[in-house]
Design a binder for this molecule. Structure first.
Ligand code: GLC
Length: 513
C-alpha cells in the first residue's frame, strides 16, 4: 500500500509559468510560488504537484527537457528551487515534481550526441531506425534533421525524441532492441539517477508523464507487461532508497497500480467514468451526470467507477482532478454553484484530490487563444492566476505577460476571500470537512443509489453523500434512521422522510447514518 502521507494528501497543481511572477518578466517563477505557499496551505492543500521546472526550450510547455539536472533560468536559480522546497516543507507541504520519463527535448545534449554520424556512448540512448528512408508504421519517425543515418522516433511532438527503453515485441531486429538489452537497461538506470537527484534535493515524489509510453511494442494501453516490469523495478528502488517518496502515473488505467504506482490519475478520457460524471457536456448526447439538462446516467458512471476502483483499492489510489494543464477548465461550462457540487462530489469519492491552480476561484477556460509554446487548445487552461483586480490580475508587473491575464472583479482571490459565499470559501470548507472525517480517506465506498439523472447517493463508511445536479428537485427511496445527523451541505440540505429522502435542486448533503 502507498505511503501514509499520500492517504490524506490534497494536492494543488501549479503550472510555474502562470502562478506568480516576482521579477516582472511576465513569466511566473519559483520565488513567486514560495511567496504564495501560505495561500496554498490556507485552501487545505498539503501537497503541490509542480509542472516541469527544468531547463527547456519550451516547445511543449517544458515537457521537452533539455537538462534534467537543472532548473530553468526562467523560473529562477538553483537556490530558489531549494528555498521553495525548504519553505514548503517548513509549512507541512509536500512537493512532487513532474518526471518526463519517456523523452527529452531535441536540444538535450545526450540526444545531440546520439545524432552524430559516428557511433559513440549515446548511440543507443534514443530510438533510431537503421536507414534514412525508414518510416516504420505505428511510429512517428523524424528524418532529415541530423547527419546520423536513420530517423529518430518521437513520443509526442517532433521535438521530443523517445528515450530507448527497448521493445517488448521486436519486429525489426536491425534497429529495435529488447527492453532487457544492455542499452535499454542503461536508460532505465539513467532515469533512476534523475529521480535520485531530485529526491536528494528534497522532492517527495513524482507525477510521471506518459508513464505507459516507455517500452515500445508493449501491447495496448491497458496491459503493458514490459513497461510494468520497468516501473516495478523503479518502485523497488524507491521502496529501498526513498521509502517516503510517491510515484503517481499519468496512465489512467488500473494497470498503473499493478505496475507499481502508488496512485494513478483518472483523466478525462472519452466515455470513462470520470467523463461520464463530468465534462461530457459538449458531446451531442451530453452524456455526463452533471449535465444540467439531465442527459447523463448515474448508473453508467457508478458501474464504471466501481469496477475501476475495485481493481486498485487494495494497492493504491485514484488521483481525482478538478482539471489539469492539458484539459479545458470546468468553467465557464459550469456555473460556480454547479462547481461547488462537482468539487464536493469529486473530493468525497475515494481518491486523492488534485486541484488545478485557479479552479478554486472558478477561473475560466479561455477559448481561441493563439497557441503559446505549443499548448494549442490547452493554452486556454494555462492563463495566469487571478489574484486581484490590479494590473495583470496581480500576477505580474510586466507590460506583457506570457499569456494574457483575465481581469474579473469576481473571479480573483482577493474578492473571493471577502465573500463568504464564494467558491474559494466553499473549497476551503469542503476540504476542512473532508479532513475532519477519516471515512473520506478510508477505502470504504459503496454506491447506494445511481439511476439516470436522479440524485446520486454513495456511502463512505457511515457517511451518506447525496448530490442533485439538476435545477429541479428530486427524491430517492432510501430509508435511513430519521435521527441521522446532517454534517455538511451546499444548496438547501436534503430532507429525511419516513419513506425516503427529498433532495432539493442543485444540492449536496452529507448525513451520518
Ligand atoms: C503529458 C503532459 C502534456 C505533454 C505530454 C508530452 O500528457 O501532461 O502536457 O504535452 O505529456 O510530454
Amino acid at each position: 500500500m502507498g505511503n501514509n502521507w499520500l492517504k490524506s494528501a490534497v494536492f494543488y497543481e501549479i503550472y510555474p509559468n502562470s502562478f506568480m511572477d516576482t521579477n516582472g518578466d511576465g513569466y511566473g517563477d519559483l520565488k513567486g510560488i514560495t511567496s504564495k505557499l501560505d495561500y496554498v496551505k490556507s485552501l487545505g492543500a498539503n501537497a503541490i504537484w509542480l509542472n516541469p521546472h527544468y531547463d527547456s526550450p519550451f516547445m511543449d510547455g517544458g515537457y521537452d527537457v533539455r537538462d534534467f539536472f537543472k532548473v530553468s533560468p526562467r523560473f529562477g536559480t538553483e537556490e530558489d528551487f531549494d528555498e521553495f522546497i525548504r519553505m514548503a516543507h517548513s509549512k507541512g507541504i509536500k512537493v512532487i515534481l513532474d518526471l518526463v520519463a519517456g523523452h527529452t527535448s531535441e536540444q538535450n545534449p545526450d540526444f545531440l550526441r546520439s545524432a552524430e554520424p559516428t557511433e559513440n556512448e549515446m548511440y543507443d540512448r534514443f530510438i533510431w531506425t537503421r536507414g534514412e528512408w525508414d518510416f516504420p508504421q505505428g511510429f512517428k519517425a523524424i528524418g532529415g534533421r541530423h547527419n546520423r543515418k536513420g530517423n529518430y522516433i518521437v513520443n509526442f511532438y517532433s521535438t521530443q525524441p523517445s528515450l530507448n527503453y527497448g521493445f517488448n515485441k521486436i519486429d525489426e531486429p536491425s534497429w529495435q532492441m529488447s527492453y532487457k538489452s544492455e542499452a535499454a537497461l542503461k536508460t532505465r538506470e539513467w532515469l533512476k539517477s534523475v529521480m535520485r537527484f531530485w529526491l536528494d534535493r528534497g522532492a517527495d515524489g513524482f507525477r510521471v508523464d506518459m508513464a505507459d509510453s516507455l517500452v515500445k511494442n508493449d501491447g495496448d494501453w491497458g496491459e503493458k507487461p514490459a513497461t510494468s516490469e520497468l516501473w516495478q523495478d523503479v518502485r523497488a528502488m524507491l521502496d529501498k532508497e526513498y521509502p517516503d517518496a510517491v510515484l503517481i502515473s499519468e496512465w489512467s488505467n488500473p494497470q498503473a497500480i499493478r505496475a507499481g504506482f502508488h496512485a494513478d490519475f483518472m483523466l478525462d478520457h472519452w466515455g470513462n467514468p470520470y467523463n461520464l460524471l463530468v465534462r461530457g457536456e459538449e458531446a451531442p448526447d451530453g452524456h455526463s451526470y452533471f449535465d444540467i439538462k439531465g442527459s447523463g446516467d448515474a448508473a453508467k458512471f457508478a458501474k464504471g467507477f466501481t469496477e475501476w476502483y475495485d481493481q486498485i483499492k487494495d494497492d493504491g489510489y485514484l488521483a481525482i482532478i478538478s482539471c489539469n494543464h492539458d484539459t479545458p477548465r470546468l468553467a465557464p461550462i459550469y456555473s460556480h454553484d454547479q462547481l461547488k457540487l462537482i468539487y464536493a462530489t469529486l473530493f468525497t469519492l475515494p481518491g486523492v484530490p488534485f486541484i488545478y491552480y485557479g479552479d478554486e476561484i472558478g477561473m475560466k477556460y479561455i477559448k481561441d487563444l493563439p497557441s503559446v509554446e505549443c499548448g494549442f487548445a490547452r493554452t486556454g487552461s494555462r492563463t495566469p492566476m487571478q489574484w486581484s483586480t490590479d494590473k495583470n490580475a496581480g500576477f505580474s508587473t510586466a507590460e506583457k505577460t506570457f499569456l494574457p491575464t483575465e481581469i474579473d472583479k469576481n473571479i480573483n482571490v482577493e474578492a473571493q476571500q471577502k465573500d463568504k459565499k464564494s467558491l474559494l470559501n466553499f473549497v476551503k470548507s469542503l476540504l476542512a470537512f473532508r479532513k475532519s472525517r477519516e471515512e473520506f480517506t478510508s477505502r470504504d465506498f459503496e454506491i447506494v443509489h445511481a439511476v439516470g439523472s436522479e440524485p446520486l447517493c454513495y456511502k463512505r463508511g457511515n457517511l451518506l453523500c447525496i448530490v442533485n445536479p439538476l435545477s429541479s428537485k428530486g427524491s430517492v427511496n432510501i430509508v435511513v434512521p430519521p435521527k441521522s445527523k446532517e454534517l455538511f451541505s451546499e444548496g438547501k440540505a436534503a430532507k429525511i422522510k419516513k419513506d425516503g429522502i427529498d433532495v432539493p435542486p442543485l444540492s449536496f448533503t452529507v448525513f451520518e447514518v
